[in-house]
Design a protein around this ligand. Structure first.
Ligand code: HEC
Length: 132
C-alpha cells in the first residue's frame, strides 16, 4: 500500500475512535465574541463599562460570580432580586437568561428570555469578560 493511502486509513480510524469521546464531552464553553454581538439585545437596558451609570437595568461590569442584586451599588434592585438566594454562576445565569421571572419570581427585569441555549452560553461567556 502507498504511504498516502496508509495515512488516510490511519486518519479515518483515529476519527472513528475519537468521535464517541467527543460526543460524550460536556457542552463546549460559550463564544464570548458571539456573545458580545448577541448582547445587543441587552444593551438598551445594561451598561457594561466599569463605572458607567445604570440604565433601565444595573451596570453588568464584573457581575459574574456576584450574589444577585449586588453588582451595581447605585442601582435600585427589586427586593425579589436582592433577597434571592442566587449567585451568578454559569448555571444560574443560564436559567436567568432563559426566563428571568422563573428563576427569580417578581424580578423587575422585564425581559422574556433567550430561547436558544447556544446563544445563552455565548452571552454568559461574554459576561465573564466584563469588568476584568
Ligand atoms: C428591558 C430592560 C432589560 C433588558 C432588555 C435586559 N435586562 Fe437585565 N436587568 C434589567 C433590570 C431592571 C434588572 C434588575 C432586576 C431586579 O432588580 O429585579 C436586570 C438585572 C440583570 C442581571 C442581574 C444583575 C445583578 O446585579 O444581580 C443580569 C445578570 C442581567 N440583568 C443580564 C441581562 C442580559 C445578559 C440581558 C440580555 C440577554 C438582559 N439582562 C436584558 C433590565 C433588563
Amino acid at each position: 500500500m502507498s504511504r498516502p493511502v496508509l495515512m488516510a486509513i490511519t486518519v479515518l480510524a483515529a476519527s472513528a475512535l475519537s468521535f464517541p469521546l467527543l460526543a460524550a464531552a460536556p457542552a463546549p464553553a460559550g463564544d464570548a465574541q458571539a456573545g458580545q454581538r448577541a448582547f445587543a439585545i441587552c444593551a438598551s437596558c445594561h451598561s457594561r463599562a466599569v463605572g458607567e451609570p445604570a440604565r433601565l437595568g444595573p451596570n453588568l461590569a464584573g457581575v459574574f460570580g456576584k450574589k444577585a442584586g449586588t453588582n451595581d451599588a447605585k442601582f435600585a434592585y427589586s427586593s425579589a432580586l436582592k433577597t434571592a438566594a442566587v449567585s451568578w454562576n454559569d448555571r444560574n445565569l443560564d436559567a436567568w437568561l432563559a426566563r428571568p421571572n422563573a428563576l427569580v419570581p417578581g424580578t423587575k427585569m422585564a425581559f422574556a428570555g433567550v430561547a436558544d441555549p447556544k446563544t445563552r452560553s455565548n452571552i454568559v461567556a461574554y459576561l465573564k469578560t466584563l469588568g476584568r
